[in-house]
Each structure stands twice: as C-alpha cells, then as structure tokens.
Design a protein around this ligand. Structure first.
Ligand code: SF4
Length: 358
C-alpha cells in the first residue's frame, strides 16, 4: 500500500500492538462516532433544528423533536414543513465518492475512514511511516525483521463487519494484502462493502489481484483499485520496498484489473526516481488507468531505523536531491494538462511556494 505519509492511530502510543483501525487524529474513537441516521443507516453529523440553527445552537440527532415510530421509520416532528425539509436536508449525509475533493492529508486525502486487519507488513518498505510509528512506541518492533512478520491483529476478528457506513473506506493502510492474508482480506473487503465504497490500496501481487477481481466482480461500482508504483526501475524498487512485488508485476496487476472492468488508479507516492523517470512511468501506466494517477514526494525518511541498511544514506540523499522545488516544478510542467494526474499535498505545497514568490 501507499503510505509515505500515513495517519496512524493515536492509540499506538498507548498500545502499540492494539491499533488496527488507522485513524487521523481528528477521527472520533469508535465509541464516539456521530449518531446514525435511522432513515439511511449512514452516519450523520450532529445538526441543529431550524430554530436552533438560528440561535447558532447544535443538537445531536437523537435530541431532536420526538420521533414517531408508527411507520417503522423514524419520523421527526417539526414546527413547519419548511423547517422539517430544511432540517432533514441537513441530516441527510452527503454520500461521499471516490472523486470527492477531500481537505485531509495522507489517507484522509483519499478516503473517509481507514481499516486494517494486520500488524506488521511483509513488504518492509524502508520509508514506511507505519513502521516508524510502531518502532517509536514499541521496542520489540525495532528488532530487525520484526515488522516483516505480518500477522493478524487480535482486535480485528470481525474483519470489517463492525464498521458501519463511513463513506469511502481505504483498505489497507498499515499493511498490504499479501498472498498469506488474501482470504481474510477478501472477507474484510466484502464486509466493508456492505455499507461503503472501498478503496483498495496496494503494492499488488498478481496472484492476489486475480483472486480479488474474481471474488469482487459483483461490486465493481463500489471498488477502486489504487496500485502504488514509485518507479519503473526494478533495483530501485527492490532497495526501497524489498518485500514488495517488482514494478513489472504491479503493472501487470493494473492491466489485469483494467481488463476485468474495474476502476483503476495509480499512486506514485513516494516518488523513488527523478522527475524524468516519473514522466515515463505516468506514460506507461496511463492507458490502464480509468481514474486518477496521484503523484507525491517522499516526505519523512525514517533514518533512525534504517541506519544499518547498506547504502541507505546515499539513497536517501539521492531522493532528496531529486525532489527539490525546481525538480518538482519541471515535473509539474511536463504533466500539466494530463487530466488523470493529481498532485498530493507535498507537491501542492511546492506549487503554493511558487505562487508566493511570483
Ligand atoms: S511496509 Fe507495507 S505498510 Fe509500509 S509502506 Fe510498505 S507496503 Fe505500505
């Protein structure tokens, strides 16, 4: 999965091994989620009635006017049909889609909620922010090879069945869907699909994608595959993502999902190569992308936990040298006008800086 800039559950600090749902700090804990709209089953934000809204007051849905249960659905009583309509419009949750422009960063730029079932990740990317966060709070994770021992989270036995209607759910964010966890990942995705659209983000294995396409063929409208490919160079990818499939395999996965009629997308974040190579990569994947190609810089590089990796400092220095503002602006100039390309927050910041100096 893509995760150079993941948002990690704050619970990691307290219980490093217990966090399976990755939430941004602004997310509510599971037991504090907003009330459920009884009409649609979807989560609603607390809203004010028309009269309370005038006063600038807010009220939770269950605190609104008494409900009539006679029709089997929850009907709310209002002073006038106009105020009822207005309040109901406020209560009706806006159904989010894959296309929505989200203000959030990291996983929140793409989805409303993140879900994971594993601890650790077989792909063991050197830039993995999820690993860095776990290492920070859990000494056992700092032992070489510990992160690579991907295993089921003891807290995720329900495999997504406990997740209500969240909108677009990104799965996974702090591990990947490897062949060993495929069966349970399929079950999880199906459970999440009961109430949501699912954004599947992965550095994909062909054997995995073949099964996913077969098992999820009836859910094409509610699934978007987003495959992470940071460079075309196999040695480069092998260095930074030693446990993940080679870029050629990931492109075959993209082609397979595309030919099977699924919506497809690519994440080039973090970029592992110079801007000219990234332009070639975009050209290579574009014919098989129905949706978007997201491009983002490598941001924080966890040096501390990679200190003993031969060649790490040189590789990190090269990435930094290739991602100066001048390089990024050349990339933007080259890809400007490509309707599928989207800039991640890290590149938008460079564009903002350009505007600031003009
Ligand atoms: S190690 Fe796994 S979770 Fe971390 S960036 Fe790589 S694929 Fe994603």
């Amino acid at each position: 999965m893509d995760n150079s800039k993941l948002e990690i559950d704050r619970n990691i600090g307290a219980t490093a091994e217990t966090a399976g749902v990755s939430r941004s700090p602004s997310d509510e804990p599971m037991d504090q989620v907003a009330p459920v709209n009884q009409l649609s089953g979807a989560r609603v934000k607390p809203q004010a009635t028309a009269s309370q809204a005038k006063d600038g007051g807010g009220v939770r849905a269950e605190e609104l006017a008494p409900a009539s249960e006679s029709s089997g659905s929850r009907m709310l009583m209002f002073e006038s049909s106009e105020s009822a309509e207005s309040a109901l419009m406020q209560m009706t949750p806006k159904k989010t889609t894959f296309d929505d422009n989200r203000d959030g960063k990291g996983t929140k730029e793409w989805s409303d909620f993140s879900y994971n079932i594993c601890l650790g990740c077989e792909h063991e990317c050197l830039y993995c922010y999820a690993k860095a966060m776990r290492c920070r709070f859990n000494k056992a994770m700092r032992v070489p090879g510990a992160w690579k021992k991907q295993r089921m989270s003891p807290n995720k036995k329900a495999l997504g069945a406990e997740v209500g209607a969240k909108g677009v759910v990104m799965f996974p964010t702090t591990h990947d869907i490897t062949p060993r966890f495929l069966r349970r990942s399929v079950k999880t995705i199906k459970n999440l699909l009961a109430n949501n659209q699912v954004l599947i983000v992965s550095k994909p294995h062909l054997s995995v994608v073949r099964v996913l396409c077969k098992e999820l063929t009836d859910h094409k409208d509610d699934i978007l595959f987003r495959f992470t490919i940071g460079a075309l160079s196999e040695p480069l990818c092998r260095f930074w993502e030693p446990g993940a499939p080679a870029p050629t395999e990931r492109i075959r996965c993209l082609q397979h999902a595309y030919r099977k009629g699924f919506a497809t997308s690519v994440s080039i974040e973090p970029m592992l190569a110079a801007w000219g190579e990234i332009v070639k990569l975009v050209a290579r994947v574009e014919p098989f992308v129905t949706d978007t190609i997201w491009v983002g810089k490598m941001q924080r590089i966890p040096r501390k936990y990679n200190a003993r990796v031969p060649g790490f400092e040189e590789a990190a220095a090269l990435i930094k040298a290739q991602q100066t503002d001048a390089d990024i602006l050349k990339l933007v100039d080259d890809l400007e006008g490509n309707p599928k390309v989207r800039w991640k927050d890290s590149i938008k910041k460079v564009l903002d800086r350009r505007v600031a100096v003009q």
